[in-house]
Design a protein around this ligand. Sequence first.
Ligand SMILES: [Zn+2]
Ligand SMILES: [Zn+2]
Length: 377
Amino acid sequence: MCDSPEAKTQSGPPQPVAENRPTMSRRRLLGAIGVSATVLASADLLARESAAQAAPVTAGLSVTLLGTNGGPPPLAARFGISSALTVNGKTYVIDCGRGSMSQYVRAGLSLSSLAGIFLTHLHSDHTVDYFSFPLLSATTGVFQSTEVYGPGPAGEQSLVPSAPGPVPGTAAMTSLANQAFAASTTFFKAENIGADPASLVNVHEVMPPASAGASLGTPAPAMAPFTVVETSDVKVTAILVPHGAVYPAYAYRFDTDHGSVVFSGDTAPTPNIIRLAHRADLLVHEAVDLATYEQLGLPPALLAHLQAVHTDVSLLGQIAASARVKTLVASHLGPGDPAILSDAGWQQALSDSAHQADFRGGMILGEDLMKIPVRQR
Ligand SMILES: [Zn+2]
Ligand SMILES: [Zn+2]
């Protein structure tokens, strides 16, 4: 089970540790021998990471919401969609929207604890900061390699005139990103600094089993969850979810000795989520408020599209009740801008939804850097 929302809220990043700050004399010394600001920053990061590595391993299970905004346009109030699950001191990042890596650090999570990255689907608001993890870690030696799980290529052709050919899956996306930043890596390596960023990620492309009968034309048939990976700390299963033209799009479930957590990814309402999330301790689910969009005067065609590819907040209580989850957290919020829909407005919509479905579990409005301890029921 989960603690009360009040107890879960961590408002603001941890304060920097004073003793990890470089002294002026060290800066002068390094400056005198020509070490660049970038390398100095990397050395600082490494020093902080070493301190973090020395910290005791935290037992148990928690989820930290790194970013809670839905959709690609940047907002001041919320970072892009990204969540972190920490179990037994190891951290898994689920989706890497705008600011994911910065928020990871601001949340006080250690890069040396990063054990895996999971991408639900390849929309830009879920992937834009993915390659930042290996790229910005390549000069520090903080971690040797981390596992990455994301959709494989489905075989469709690109609709981008300037980028023709087959649509890349997670492996090709990684390789192309590495190539795009080859100048930086080359310049660092010419001065004997850093590693090949691509060597810091071990990409596993996730495709549904053939028995699911899924395809571009049938992107989310009723199916059983399938295992993505199993370690001593966690078993991760996935299921296909319907998300417009996207294929494949996944929801992921993390089962641990301390509890279970499901991340819906982007999805229209689907029995597959109910099946995957059955009796989970925590369900992190996307949400749109269609009534607000309607009041904003969005064209009917756009409203119909949003309804077809996302889940209206009014349905979250019913989904939570049907799946019999302990607690639901609304994230990937649309609209995420409090000037359009305030937190109080979101809270009211969640409360109404739970009430209508007679859902008695927890309903939490996600906010950036909220840390949620999870306990098995
Ligand atoms: Zn999204
Ligand atoms: Zn999406």
